[in-house]
Write a protein of this length. Sequence first.
Length: 359
Amino acid sequence: MPARTILWKSGKQALKTAIAGLVSLYATSLFHLPQGYWAAITALIVMQSNVGATLAASRTRLAGTAVGAVVGGVFMALAGANMLGFALAVAIAFYVCDLLRLAESQRLATVTVAIIMLIPATSSAWIVALHRFAEVGLGIVIALLVSLTVWPNHARRSVRQGLADTLRKLAALFQAVMNDYRGQAGIPIEALKKDVAAAVRKNADLLQYALQEAFGPLKERERLALMVHQVERIYHAVETLEFSVRDSAADTYFRIFEDGLEQLQDSVAAALGTLAESIGATKAVVAWPDITGIIGALDERAAEERRKGVSINYPLEEILRFYFLLLTCRNLIYELESVHTLAIPGLAAKLLDTENSSL
């Protein structure tokens, strides 16, 4: 991504965060809330890079504040501010979050307990708890409104961009694996594998944020989930391919099929690049290589050479490695064709309808 684009995105996010904080302060003064800075702090904390992530952070903070406010208010009303009561309230707030399966809210619940029980106040504990909840809730609402209205960045868009980036990295990894097998020096494979693995994990996280956005077409979210899953399968297929051709530095059997392997390498890399360009497009990129035909032709040629008895002159390990490469490439091509179908909106809709009707 160009440096100018990165700076622009960072600048927009910085401005959105500042707007959320400023509006929160103004709103709390408008509603005469005593400690409006909690609303501003909340807005700054929950404001994330996309709408889905902001929603997730908002739910976490609101749930934690609610649990902490109730537990802190009860203990202040019953036992007052004392160390033993405070320790017990923290433990109970933590445990309640665990019971409600709000593990990410536990820290916020205990902090809210501390605010209610340790900070001196002239009002009753319940009034303080209500104020804290109102301030936090107001900050969350304002952060969500700013996220949705000021340069909105939906997680769905980030998922598509992440998938395209992952496919480009997979193309580089595939090229490196094939070059290594064919005895051509290239980029170190391990570094590329780590880069792709990190991109795959990031896509999975972004998908969870996209699913938090319970608006927009349902089929689009289903399509994104399927594509994230399929791109991960492509990654595993390339990993298997890399494993299948290890320790092949001395191999020569594959040279009989050098032209076919080169054509296969170029076509699969082109398919990965085409997918990267077509992900999220309104129409499919036309230039889709005939990868199924190419692997089929290579299979037929390998069978013909085997019938001629050419393989007798080569070590069995080399021959097995070559056929394992063909097998894993066929699986990789199957996964590529599946993603290609998903990348075409019309075909993807038919696929989703078929899958849903079979449930």
